[in-house]
Design a protein around this ligand. Structure first.
Ligand code: CP
Length: 316
């Protein structure tokens, strides 16, 4: 693997999931592989899980880790080519990314969408500039339209916890007060459409995802119908793709409760976290026996470790 920016960089998803589970069994088996190799984790946005799990994965592989919160600690970045930089920006991404590439062997970048300009966000303007100019293998720590490390951890979790060969997996929209990116649902859909699962997406009218990510999914506006017989429920809010970044009021009843689970096959409930309690997901589910959100977050380490191992292999 030369880079990890989406599911399209993975040649065999099942093999990558199996490799991650081997790391979980034996975290320190490859301590020599990362010796004298450095990963730089560059954050343009906040993070708890991605930052800590990727650091832990790199340390397990014997790597050195450097973290830069470039939005707070770096110079204000200019992204536009040809810009006359006589305003607030101080350093062009061309130099910033290229210089970072001089200090590290692998770079990870987190860059959220602005949710104002769909073309700009879906062209992955910021992330792709790091890809273009850093000169070293890059791993997405969540970009404007995708969160592949999260989706790999989700795939690992489903593989570990499934009780039948082909489980029913439902991605359901959940309420929120703020417009959130489509990166996690896009990515989860993209991975599930390639997995050995029956995949259903449920959302209120107006929250259709970009069809580039949902080809092969059954899509419904009826949450209760979707939940019938579900083995896994993936709960996530996202803002509208069209009109872009908008929140449509009036769908508070889409928050799952224990009553919603009655029609399921005792479904395991997933969420990428962070989660707003009693807005996106009820206390009774998060604190109850069906929630696997902590287990899922734990698997972020093994997802990152499997990816970093393959990127390190490509360096040698
Ligand atoms: N799920 C996830 O990516 O969490 P963080 O934003 O805390 O990294």
């Amino acid at each position: 693997m030369k880079q990890f920016t989406s599911v399209h960089d993975v040649t065999d998803i099942n093999a990558l999931v199996a490799e991650a589970l081997q790391h979980k069994q034996n975290p320190y088996a490859n301590q020599q592989l990362g010796k004298n190799k450095t990963i730089g984790l560059v954050f343009l946005n906040p993070s708890l899980r991605t930052r800590m799990s990727t650091q832990k994965a790199a340390l397990n592989l014997g790597m050195n880790v450097m973290v830069l919160n470039i939005d707070k600690e770096g110079w204000a970045l200019e992204l536009q080519d040809g810009a006359v930089m006589n305003g607030t920006t101080v350093e062009h991404v061309r130099e910033a990314a290229a210089v970072l590439g001089q200090y590290v062997d692998i770079i990870g970048v987190r860059s959220f969408p602005g949710l104002k300009d769909r073309e700009e966000d879906y062209s992955e303007q910021v992330f792709n500039k790091f890809v273009e100019y850093c000169g070293v293998p890059i791993v997405s720590l969540e970009s404007a339209t995708r969160h592949p490390l999260q989706s790999l951890a989700d795939s690992i979790t489903i593989e570990e916890l499934k009780t039948k060969a082909r489980p029913k997996v439902v991605l359901t929209w959940a309420p929120h007060i703020k417009p959130l990116p489509q990166a996690v649902p896009n990515s989860f859909a993209e991975w599930m459409c390639k997995a050995d699962v029956d995949f259903v997406i449920a959302h209120p009218e107006g929250y259709e995802l970009n069809t580039d990510f949902t080809d092969g999914a059954f899509i419904t506006h009826n949450q209760q119908e979707a939940l019938q017989g579900a083995d896994f429920i993936y709960v996530k809010n996202w803002s509208a793709y069209e009109p872009y970044g908008k929140v449509i009021k009036g769908h508070d009843d889409w928050m799952l409760t224990n009553e919603s689970l009655q029609a399921t096959n005792n479904a395991k409930v997933m969420h990428c976290l962070p989660v707003r309690r009693n807005l996106e997901l009820s206390d009774e589910i998060l604190d109850g026996p069906n929630s696997v959100v902590i287990h899922e977050a734990g698997n972020r380490v093994w997802a990152a470790q499997a990816v970093l191992k393959q990127l390190l292999d490509s360096l040698s």
